[in-house]
Design a protein around this ligand. Structure first.
Ligand code: HEM
Length: 453
């Protein structure tokens, strides 16, 4: 048996850093700021003059916050604040009764048979991505740009039944790209020792781009409303969400609320999947043996049927392992609504509780060979155990990602389809360094050479 590969560590990890240095590193990159001891610690506290933050790695505490008492640890406004210009009061940033109502309307759109209905859209987007890559035969390409395009294509097709080439979709996609570039590191505000009154999170450009995106989405929502009224709307996610009343109040989303939800579906649905797919292709480029196994696995599988998924277990393991090493959402932040006691320490009311897939997934006491790329681990009891305690790519509990099942299916299908079309290889001298923006991206992109199979 060969030794599992070690993908590059995020960066050389400093062992201890002062708060001042932490702050400085944060401005550069949240991931390289993480000292080595946090990958062994059960909990760490950061005291600032204005508030306190606790990074929680102990599985029982993570479970307490996310699963047992989520309502006592609502989403932190320090994070939501930065996303409000784009997301308004959407399900991603709301809390309490308002959040519960929104989930009651959204969840049915992702339940059961939906995936079956979405499958033709998914395969059409996968075919388009594969054809696009095959057309770049022999070239070195920045793969994140291509996976972003592919994931956005998926989301436009499943939400509004239009491909990314459609004029409205293309405009929204370009505006989102500009938003991503203008957005600083997402979780910055939860850690930096700044009081709440210091303006942060978004620049004038970010606000302007957010307004543009919302106006474009509002036009799509209006058009769909008219189609629903005329009985001519396609049966897709947008129609489903717009026509589902809240079972408790009987009320549907208002047009403004629908713009909030569409904005989060675009953002959460394409940024994350694009990041995961790009890192998966990078890992497979670095590990040709696994790449070959995946190609073999999918060779005779008819990918145009949903049942294909049950034949792609190695591809699924590779995708899972990618989400472990490069979780697209590296950290989540909650706020303690009341004083708590964690590991004999007082957690004051208002403290920021940081749950970090980034640390948990590479925790030295929770995983064997945590930095190794070893998709084979997913067939072992040890990994199943580690996963129960320390695997949160989609979060957990009531606020778990609404699109988790969808995203897994999408990732596996796109990976299988792309590898049927092209071989990917690393580009010498271009080792991607992960950086946290809205999702985990590479500092100078992820460069791969693609060649048609
Ligand atoms: C690989 C792909 C994806 C990953 C890793 C991912 C991860 C996550 C995580 C970690 C959260 C929780 C964030 C927090 O609590 O702060 C979340 C929430 C959410 N995600 Fe995903 N996601 C993915 C794809 C999708 C897709 C495809 C959709 C929809 C089309 C989606 C929709 C949402 C929504 C609506 C929420 C908010 C849920 C709530 O707060 O109640 N995500 N996602």
């Amino acid at each position: 048996m060969t030794e599992p590969a070690l993908p590059p560590k995020p960066v050389a990890r400093p062992d201890r850093v002062s708060l001042w240095r932490y702050g400085r590193l944060f401005r550069k990159d949240i991931l390289s700021a993480q000292p080595a001891r946090l990958y062994r610690a059960w909990m760490a506290e950061f005291r600032t003059p204005f508030f306190r933050s606790f990074l929680v790695n102990q599985p029982e505490l993570v479970s307490e916050v996310l699963k047992a008492r989520p309502m006592d640890f609502p989403k932190s406004d320090r994070i939501s604040e930065g996303l409000r210009p784009l997301l308004g009061g959407s399900v991603f940033v709301s809390n309490g009764a308002d959040w519960e109502r929104q989930r009651r309307i959204i969840d049915p759109a992702f339940s059961g048979g939906r995936l079956q209905q979405c499958w033709p859209h998914l395969t059409a987007a996968a075919d388009a991505a594969a054809a696009r890559l095959a057309g770049l035969d022999g070239q070195s390409v920045e793969i994140e740009e291509i996976t972003s395009h592919a994931a956005a294509d998926v989301i436009f097709r499943v939400l509004f039944s239009i491909p990314i080439e459609h004029a409205a979709a293309a405009k929204v996609f370009r505006a989102f790209q500009s938003y991503q570039r203008s957005q600083p590191i997402l979780n910055l505000a939860a850690f930096l020792p700044l009081p709440r009154w210091v303006p942060r999170g978004f620049s004038r450009r970010t606000r302007r781009t957010a307004r543009e995106i919302r106006a474009l989405i509002a036009a799509m929502v209006d058009k769909r409303r008219a189609e629903i009224a005329e009985g001519k709307a396609p049966d897709d996610l947008a129609t489903k969400i717009m026509t589902t009343p809240d079972p408790e109040t009987g009320r549907c989303f208002t047009p403004e609320e629908m713009v909030d939800q569409v904005a989060i579906f675009f953002l959460a649905g394409h940024e994350t999947s694009a990041s995961a797919l790009a890192w998966a292709l990078y890992l497979l480029a670095s590990e040709p043996t696994w790449q070959a196994r995946l190609v073999d696995e999918a060779r005779d599988v008819p990918l145009d049927r949903l049942s294909a998924l049950s034949h792609l277990s190695l591809t699924r393991d590779v995708f899972r392992e990618t989400l472990r090493l490069y979780p697209p959402v590296p950290m989540m932040v909650r706020e303690a609504r009341a004083p708590e006691r964690f590991r004999q320490r007082v957690v004051p009311k208002g403290a920021q509780i940081v749950l970090s897939p980034w640390h948990l997934h590479r925790h030295e006491l929770l995983w064997d060979a945590p930095d190794a790329f070893d998709p084979g681990r997913w067939q072992t009891e040890a990994a199943a155990n580690s996963a129960r305690n320390a695997y949160l790519p989609f979060s957990a509990g009531r606020r778990v990602c609404s699109g988790a099942g969808f995203a897994m299916a999408e990732g596996v299908l796109l990976l299988a389809r792309i590898l049927q079309a092209v071989r990917v290889a690393p580009v010498a001298g271009r080792v991607p360094v992960p950086e946290a923006h809205l999702t985990v991206r590479a500092r100078d992109g992820i460069w791969l050479t693609v060649s048609r199979r």
